[in-house]
Design a protein around this ligand. Structure first.
Ligand SMILES: Nc1nc2c(ncn2[C@@H]2O[C@H](COP(=O)(O)OP(=O)(O)OP(=O)(O)O)[C@@H](O)[C@H]2O)c(=O)[nH]1
Ligand SMILES: Nc1nc2c(ncn2[C@@H]2O[C@H](COP(=O)(O)OP(=O)(O)OP(=O)(O)O)[C@@H](O)[C@H]2O)c(=O)[nH]1
Length: 442
């Protein structure tokens, strides 16, 4: 299933962060007023009735001068148009309708993306409704009055947002053609890779920073199989401050990863593995995607017999939360190990879809428990009744136990390792759900 993306766009101080936090719930609620504090809160998973979506905040405008605000808003809106399925355009009833709003509204209208116009800070519906009607003039539909901080009008707004979701997309079962997202920092070689894989020049590559184009899906045939590559390259770099660039690249990554079965994270061999790489990898990890780390520009490195070993160690340390990820050393320039990349993608796809029968799983479980007893606490021992695999992509297991509290993270890890010893599941994260069951039901 691929989750829709909803982007919030709006001028500084209209209440984007507040709305974001209300929608994202308790999990992400950094209260602001300190510039920089909210920077990391860029996306969140939201559930409304039967709908799930990923919310992204395109924010991060520094209110320096009006000209800059408008150009930054345009950038925000462009990112939203490029990546989102539905756009929430948020305005402020107290500031009223301003010129920048109208300009951005024009841009959004032309994009033909569904836009939900929201007028925030309507703390008193009776008294402020007349002011809300003014926003009809934007020509992008009916304004929704809300109070983000007062949590008013949020339900109606979400009804409209989720009403635009494509039911086919939400219920999408298995797609026949696997989708591979190529992600990584700017300049790491994403376009070069897709270009090389394609073997022609349909994807534009440039040495000049500032090549503009939208994310492209490229269908590539290899050994008679089709693959769709989702490429996040070509972010505009002109006039962007570093943090802004990073935010944009993260939003695009989230949207590409969301649609993918397998993620190929490119790391620049000439720069080593960085904090930003770890952040990007985290997005794929959280979303349970198949994971391949490809260290690119391997041709450009002076190597001795220890180089690959040292590099491996560094990557594994920095990305310690994903020991399952496959690791490859490639060159998009020379084509080194690109056939191996396809083999690895095929393997990871298989493991993402592998189902293990309950009988076999429980043999592994029994043996594992015999070798290492489940933990106990204050005289009470964890009992594990059985385990079953409930889904794939990522493979997800439910473990039935007598008392959830007794189930230790380290014991789950131990069981995971036992499953991997038998089945591999290379390149794919495994998910475990612990459920309690009364002994009598046994
Ligand atoms: N009265 C009222 N104030 C609100 C409401 N929602 C947000 N605010 C206030 O508006 C101010 C700006 O809110 P933020 O959520 O930080 O706005 P923002 O759009 O994220 O701002 P930037 O990060 O600068 O882009 C804060 O002081 C909020 O408390 C509302 O519904 N009613
Ligand atoms: N030596 C070497 N250079 C490479 C390799 N792959 C890419 N490059 C160079 O790295 C630079 C950036 O490559 P791009 O493919 O444009 O990188 P990108 O990740 O698509 O960049 P953005 O569009 O900024 O996201 C170009 O100068 C490429 O020629 C490689 O395997 N080896």
């Amino acid at each position: 299933m691929s989750k829709p993306i909803v982007a919030i766009v709006g001028r500084p101080n209209v209440g984007k962060s507040t709305l974001f936090n209300v929608l994202a719930g308790d999990n992400i609620s950094i209260v602001k007023d300190t510039p920089g504090v909210t920077r990391d809160r860029i996306y969140a998973d939201v559930e409304w009735l039967n709908h799930k979506f990923t919310l992204v905040d395109t924010g991060g405008i520094e209110p320096e001068s009006k000209d800059i605000i408008l150009s930054q808003m345009r950038d925000q809106a462009q990112i939203a148009i490029d990546t989102a399925n539905v756009i929430i355009f948020i305005t402020d009833v107290r500031q009223g309708l301003v010129d920048a709003d109208a300009k951005v509204a024009d841009m959004l209208r032309r994009s033909r993306k569904p836009v939900v116009l929201v007028v925030n800070k309507v703390d008193n519906f009776d008294r402020q409704m007349m002011d809300v009607y003014e926003f009809y003039n934007l020509g992008i539909g009916e304004p929704h009055a809300i109070s983000a901080s007062g949590k008013l009008g949020i339900g109606d707004m979400l009804d409209e947002v989720t009403g635009y979701f494509d039911p086919e997309m939400e219920n999408e079962e298995e797609s026949e053609i696997p989708r591979i997202a190529i992600v990584g920092k700017p300049n790491v070689g994403k376009s070069s890779l897709v270009n090389k894989l394609l073997g022609s020049n349909r994807v534009i590559v440039s040495d000049i920073a500032g090549t503009t184009r939208d994310a492209i899906d490229t269908t590539i045939m290899h050994n008679g199989n089709e693959y769709i590559f989702i490429d996040t390259a070509g972010l505009r770099k002109k006039n962007k401050i570093k943090e802004e660039l990073e935010r944009y690249s993260i939003i695009r990554t989230v949207s590409a990863v969301e649609r993918a079965d397998v993620v190929v994270l490119l790391i620049d061999a000439t720069e080593g593995v960085t904090e930003q790489d770890a952040k990007i990898a985290g997005i794929a990890h959280e979303r349970g995607k198949g994971m391949i780390i490809a260290v690119n520009k391997w041709d450009a490195l002076e190597k001795d017999d220890k180089t690959i070993y040292r590099f491996t160690e560094k990557v594994r340390n920095t990305l310690a939360y994903m020991p399952y990820a496959e690791l490859l050393f490639i060159s998009a320039k020379t084509g080194q190990r690109l056939p191996k990349l396809f083999e690895t993608i095929d393997m990871v796809l298989q493991y993402q879809n592998l189902r293990v029968q309950t009988g076999v799983l429980n043999e592994i479980l029994t043996e594992a428990m015999a070798m290492q007893q489940p933990p106990s606490d204050r005289g009470k021992r964890l009992k594990i009744y059985y385990m079953t695999q409930v889904s794939v992509k990522p493979p997800t297991f439910v473990i039935f136990v007598n008392d959830k509290e007794l189930m230790h993270f380290s014991y789950v890890r131990y069981l995971e390792n036992k499953i991997r010893e038998s089945f591999g599941f290379r390149g794919t994260p495994l998910k475990f759900i612990i459920r309690e069951r009364k002994e009598k039901e046994q």
